[in-house]
Design a protein around this ligand. Structure first.
Ligand SMILES: [Zn+2]
Length: 286
């Protein structure tokens, strides 16, 4: 194969898919989202940073990737009825069906190891049953990889400058804004940017606190209560943190660190011995 081989399966022909399968049984599958972020960055923010990490890691680890799914699980990002927020959300069962159909198709053709990738954290609430279903039905290796963000930004120490109270890894804050400045500076409107810190929903009363975008609130020193909140319950502007320290240079460093981690993970997955027991997809029409 030449150096210019396509990594995106949508840009290959079946000839190149066969060539890929002679080389590897791993494929990456990026999942984005189209949801309300801060007023300074686009609805597709998660799609842009997820795809960037996926493409870079695919090249570094020399494995193909599938076309990205541009919508995600974002029910809490719909904002208020008729207010034009623009979020497009898929119901949990729709996404689970997409995950299943994509994985089963790829396994049908000969891939044994499917690594789903998304920087949109809310998928974690709905993926386990379908990933288990695929594993038990096929024997394939399936994993969901979230490039570090939100509370898992430890590996980015020294890159992000917001203090913890300004939640650098959260929705529309320093990290995401830096990533967008790196990949789509034309879509970043810093004149519209604002800083907002997460707070407990006002309807809960003063005994509750909340410091970031997880589904829990803090009460009497414990953070053990999961509540169904809308995103605007804890951030009216959809910013959780401070975007004003964002730079494209930081964005590049973040992508480099995330790419290395994902490519290293792919190398470990390469070593895992996987036996697919059922490759067929007979339920593919219904
Ligand atoms: Zn996001």
């Amino acid at each position: 194969m030449t150096e210019k081989k396509p990594y995106n399966l949508a840009e290959t022909s079946w000839v190149e898919v066969k060539e890929w399968l002679e080389k590897t049984d791993i494929v990456l599958v990026p999942f984005g989202s189209c949801e309300r972020h801060g007023p300074h960055i686009p609805l597709g923010t998660d799609s842009f940073h997820t795809l960037e990490v996926t493409v870079r890691a695919a090249k570094k680890a020399d494995v193909p990737y599938a076309p990205m799914i541009p919508y995600g699980y974002s029910p809490h990002h719909m904002y208020k009825l008729g207010q034009g927020a623009g979020t497009i959300t898929l119901r949990a069962r729709t996404i689970q069906n997409i995950i299943y159909d994509v994985a089963k198709s790829l396994i049908f053709h000969g891939f044994n190891k499917i690594i789903f990738i998304s920087g949109h954290g809310s998928y974690s609430q709905i993926i386990e049953p379908v990933l288990r279903h695929i594993k038990y039905k096929t024997g394939a290796f399936v994993a969901w990889y979230k490039p570090f963000t939100e509370r898992e930004i430890g590996p980015l120490k020294g890159i992000l400058e917001n203090p913890p109270a300004e939640t650098p890894g959260w929705h529309s804050s320093e990290m995401e804004t830096s990533q967008l400045m790196r990949v789509r500076p034309d879509l970043v409107k810093m004149d519209r940017a604002g800083k907002e810190l997460a707070h407990a929903p006002k309807w809960l009363g003063p005994k509750f606190t909340k410091k970031d975008g997880v589904r829990t609130v803090q009460f009497e020193g414990a953070e053990n209560i999961t509540l169904l909140m809308e995103h605007y319950d804890y951030s009216e502007s959809a910013v959780i943190g401070n975007p004003f320290r964002a730079t494209a240079e930081k964005g590049e460093k973040i992508f480099k660190a995330q790419t290395k981690h994902l490519a290293d993970f792919v190398e470990e997955v390469r070593k895992i011995d996987v036996k697919v027991t059922n490759r067929d997809f007979p339920d593919r029409a219904w």
